[in-house]
Design a protein. Structure first.
Length: 591
């Protein structure tokens, strides 16, 4: 997502109440006293007066109408530091504070709240004031109109699995169709139209949209900038996350001063985010560009486009018995599960006839990874019972499988933070209750924001804890707050030899020599925290079916109390709370 960055200067004019008093003055000037000598000491003691320019508002973007719940860019100059200042909307007998996401010397981006007192079709002024409604600092003679509730801005959807080439120019410029650059997906120098896109935003399952919902400030403990040469990131790319298209466009203009330009931009309406992929100049490294961006614009969610790996490897039927799982053919009925993985072989006998909806998020020309990992994980969740001993934990659940992994050759299989966000956005629109992520990598702010948005929608995230060994760094998204991290144990309750350790680990589950499906084979033995995660996903999902109104955190706490303690008494960085225990879905209410 590349966002050219232009710094908007906002001038705050004095309000009408602050105008000069031009009443009639006497025609003859009053006599003046003769000047007297001023000593040098008096001059030194005279106070030095500093003239501070008042903020001046010159206009707003968008220029038509502004939606409630949307952002508005206040343009002008002299805004200065935000310390002790606020932005407010007034008129028609109301005075409402606006949440500010970006404060610049010449542009302020603020959110129009969904306040019932703000009425569609009416005009309101917006200005800068002293915090606490003490006094207006700027002019308040510039008005905005609130859009009717049906007004929607044109926003392209994030469906890019089947892009259509619409043009290429010799110098790499956008096609001459007149479209905005963000209407295109670029890959390999070509510009691709987002087929399947829509105008407007898709409301979440509960109604409304998260798009334009303000993001909190970025976390203070930011992920480190990547070193000069690292295979863990996409070369020449940065990612910036915005809550809406207006802010994304404003940030793009500001970032031009840093030499950054928009490569791709996608509105993720399901997550309420706009993702901009920026092109880093060839003369700069990704790490240097990211450091400069964070220093210049510390309130912006910006990161590298990190790569993520699958967390399984090839290696009995002990898993179900170990966690106490009782199942039947109806298990999972009425449940929607999301899966982020490689492709799934839906024609495998273990998966044939199952309710699986698959979607690829790889652009045209990118080789997909083999379907081994995705097929194995999907079978653990929803497989038919087969003569070879395969059986899914929740065979009647509806599985939404997002294919996000590519094959880069030489056994290099990975995905990117961008594709993870696109897939999570799609899953939000499919009304899934829980998402299984058997993948991992470094901490990334785009993935962090996307996961947080999904959690705000009441969707649980279960992730593999990692296969990097005892002394490795924490693996994300498993280590993110609120994500249920799962490590792997064998049939004798020994920790998996490659399992990552950390305080973030929540549960242990069977994940060593697990029998599951494989393309072209009846089954295969596999090992890794990837294959432990579905057991905890199934345990949480079955508890959710029994008590659908109980918050996920409460359901997790119930599992914690039932878990079989392993290792050091209590929660520990090796086994978490211990081996997950559940009665399966035998007692669940079927819908």
């Amino acid at each position: 997502m590349r966002c050219p960055v232009t710094v908007w200067m906002v001038l705050m004019m004095s309000s009408p109440a602050q105008a000069l008093d031009l009443r009639t003055v006497p025609s003859s000037p009053a006599p003046r006293a003769a000047p007297s000598a001023i000593s040098p000491a008096a001059i030194q003691q005279a106070p030095i007066q500093t003239v501070v320019a008042k903020p001046v508002v010159t206009g707003f973007q968008p220029t038509g109408c502004v939606r409630k719940g949307g952002t508005v860019t206040v343009q002008g100059n002299g805004f200065g530091s935000p310390d002790g200042k606020a932005v407010a909307l007034g008129g028609n007998s109301i005075h409402v504070d606006l949440a500010v996401s970006t404060w610049g010397a010449s542009a302020i981006i603020a959110l129009i709240p969904n306040n019932p007192r703000i009425q569609a079709g009416k005009n309101y002024y917006i200005g800068v004031e002293k915090a606490g409604h003490a006094a207006w600092l700027s002019n308040i003679d510039k008005n905005v109109t609130i859009c009717a509730s049906s007004a929607l801005s044109r926003i392209g959807a994030a469906r890019i699995d089947s892009p259509r080439l619409v043009g290429r120019t010799a110098d790499g410029a956008a096609p001459s169709s007149g479209e905005e650059p963000e209407a295109y997906y670029e890959e390999g120098g070509g510009y691709y139209e987002n087929t399947g896109g829509s105008y407007g935003v898709m409301p979440p399952s509960g109604g409304g949209s998260l798009l334009e919902s303000a993001l909190p400030p970025p976390p203070q403990n930011l992920p480190p900038v990547p070193p000069k040469d690292t295979p863990t990131i996409e070369p020449g790319e940065l990612i910036v996350v915005s809550p809406g298209m207006a802010e994304a466009q404003a940030l793009a203009q500001q970032m031009q001063a840093l030499g950054l330009s928009v490569k791709r931009r996608t509105a993720l309406s399901g997550l309420g985010l706009v993702v901009s992929v920026l092109r880093v100049p060839k003369e700069s490294t990704v790490g240097n560009a990211l450091a400069g961006l964070r220093e210049t614009m510390p309130k912006v969610w910006a990161d590298a486009n990190h790569r993520y790996e699958l967390l399984g490897e090839e290696a009995n039927h002990y898993g179900r018995k170990l966690i106490g799982w009782n199942s039947a053919a109806h298990c999972g009925k009425g449940l929607r599960i999301g899966l982020l993985d490689s492709a799934v072989d839906a024609n495998h006998p273990a998966l044939r006839g199952r309710a699986i909806t698959a979607k690829s998020f790889l652009a045209a020309g990118i080789a997909p990874a083999p379907a081994d990992h995705g097929t194995a994980t999907a079978a653990l969740l929803v497989a038919n019972s087969t003569p070879s001993g395969l059986a899914g934990l929740l065979p009647s659940a509806q599985l939404y499988a997002a294919n996000i992994f590519r094959d880069r050759g030489k056994k290099q299989v990975d995905t990117t933070a961008e594709w993870i966000a696109l897939a999570l956005d799609w899953l939000a629109g499919q009304r899934v209750s829980i998402v299984n992520m058997s993948l991992g990598g470094p901490r990334n702010l785009l993935v962090e924001a996307a996961v947080r948005r999904l959690q705000e929608r009441g969707i649980a995230i279960v992730a593999a804890a990692g296969n990097s060994g005892e002394k490795s760094l924490s693996v994300y998204p498993a280590a993110q707050d609120g994500v249920v991290a799962v490590t792997a144990v064998d049939a004798r309750l020994n920790i998996y030899r490659n399992a990552t350790r950390g305080d973030y680990i929540a549960f242990s589950a069977p994940g060593v020599d697990i029998w599951t499906a494989a393309p072209g084979k009846d089954g295969i033995y596999v090992s890794g925290t990837s294959y432990a995660a579905p057991f905890v996903t199934a345990a949480l999902a079955s508890a959710h079916l029994v008590n659908p109104k109980t918050p996920w955190r409460s359901l997790q706490q119930q599992l914690q109390k039932k878990s079989r303690d392993l290792g050091i008494p209590g929660k520990d960085p090796v086994f978490g709370w211990g081996l997950v225990q559940t009665s399966g879905c035998a007692a669940t209410k079927q819908h």
